[in-house]
Design a protein around this ligand. Structure first.
Ligand code: PBG
Length: 328
């Protein structure tokens, strides 16, 4: 029995050669930013809720970065796990130029590896309460006081050799104030990759245990500044505000649950769009793999290519170091 079908789309899927010929989107090593956790401790420790991801001792991290660079990864975002004794209510350790993350950046920078070093700019690794800002007496995060600290911290980042700062706090107006502060202090070349549309997501849990930023019972509630996952219009507005305030790149975070917004940003805004495949997106795949329910490598590749297809120009991913060797 043979039908006279006018269309047989399966012709384009009939061999691996033709599938390769018509493939619309490919991942490459230069798409990735690898998030790297650094610690004062002297040996690497695996993060229990993120199998395969480690906190790396700052001392000696140069070797590791060289290795990643050789694999083809050319962008890194550093996240410090701060000693609890150095934390306080206003996260003042973020302004200490000798603090862990600045020393690490300076050491990596001395290698001259032709890479992009990105500083995550937020107070939560440094505050005792784990919020991304300074608290008013009623417990609400004070926007403008927090922005002032972040703007000052952006200069410390630039001075330490970070190429870009990535404000991940969701305070109002911070991109404009950070840009102005950098420019007025001769850091015109330091870029801003803004976490513009960062949602109040439950997928950040493993990250918060990785840097031990969530001391509160039941986790830290960030809904007075991070976006409501239901709100697409509000998220678009945040993207445009950061565009107007002078960000060099805009980010959507998390990634896979928010492909509609990535697609919108890619289609409408003439800036590179980053997507952050966050800790929980990583962990859910790894956990299912450990249960024998999913194949982590195939799921990671699928998730990442879909994030790219939706319109991400660069992807922050904890899979980056293990996925680049799978790409051709
Ligand atoms: C800090 C920050 C967070 C993440 C990146 N920067 C956590 C948060 O906002 O609570 C999450 C990253 C991840 O889950 O992988 N502001």
């Amino acid at each position: 029995m043979t039908y006279q079908l006018p269309y047989r789309p399966r012709r384009l899927r009939s061999s691996s050669a033709i599938r390769a010929l018509v493939e619309e989107c490919q991942l490459t090593a230069s798409d990735f930013v690898l998030p790297v956790f650094v610690t004062e401790e002297t040996s690497p420790s695996e993060i229990s809720s993120m199998p395969g991801v480690f906190r790396w001792p700052a001392v000696g991290i140069e070797e590791k970065v060289r290795e990643w660079r050789q694999m083809g990864i050319r962008a890194f975002a550093l996240f410090p796990k701060i000693d609890p004794q150095k934390k306080d209510g206003s996260g003042s350790e973020i302004l200490n130029p000798d603090s862990l993350v600045y020393r690490t950046a300076a050491a990596i920078n001395r290698l001259n590896l032709d890479i992009v070093l990105i500083a995550d700019l937020a107070l939560d690794p440094y505050t005792t309460h784990g919020q991304d800002g300074v608290l008013l007496p009623d417990g609400v995060v004070d926007n403008d006081q927090t922005v002032e600290i972040l703007a000052n911290a952006s200069m410390v980042c630039a001075g330490a050799g970070f190429d870009m700062v990535a404000p991940s706090d969701m305070m109002d107006g911070r991109v404009g104030i950070i840009r102005k502060t950098l420019d007025e202090n001769s850091f015109q070349h330091t870029g801003i990759i803004s976490y513009s549309a960062k949602f109040a997501s439950s997928y950040y849990g493993p990250f918060r245990s990785a840097i031990k930023s969530s001391s509160a019972e039941g986790g830290v509630d960030k809904r007075t500044y991070q976006l409501n996952p239901s709100n697409l219009k509000e998220a678009k507005r945040e993207l445009w505000l950061d565009f107007q305030e002078g960000a060099d790149m805009l980010m959507v975070k998390p990634a896979e649950p928010y492909l509609d917004l990535i697609y919108y940003a890619h289609t409408n805004i003439n800036l590179p769009i980053a997507a952050y495949q966050v800790s929980g997106e990583y962990s859910r795949i790894m956990a299912a793999d450990q249960l024998g329910w999913l194949d982590w490598k195939k799921c990671a590749l699928e998730s990442l290519v879909c994030i790219k297809r939706a319109g991400a120009n660069l992807i922050f991913s904890y899979f980056a170091d293990r996925i680049v060797s799978e790409l051709d």
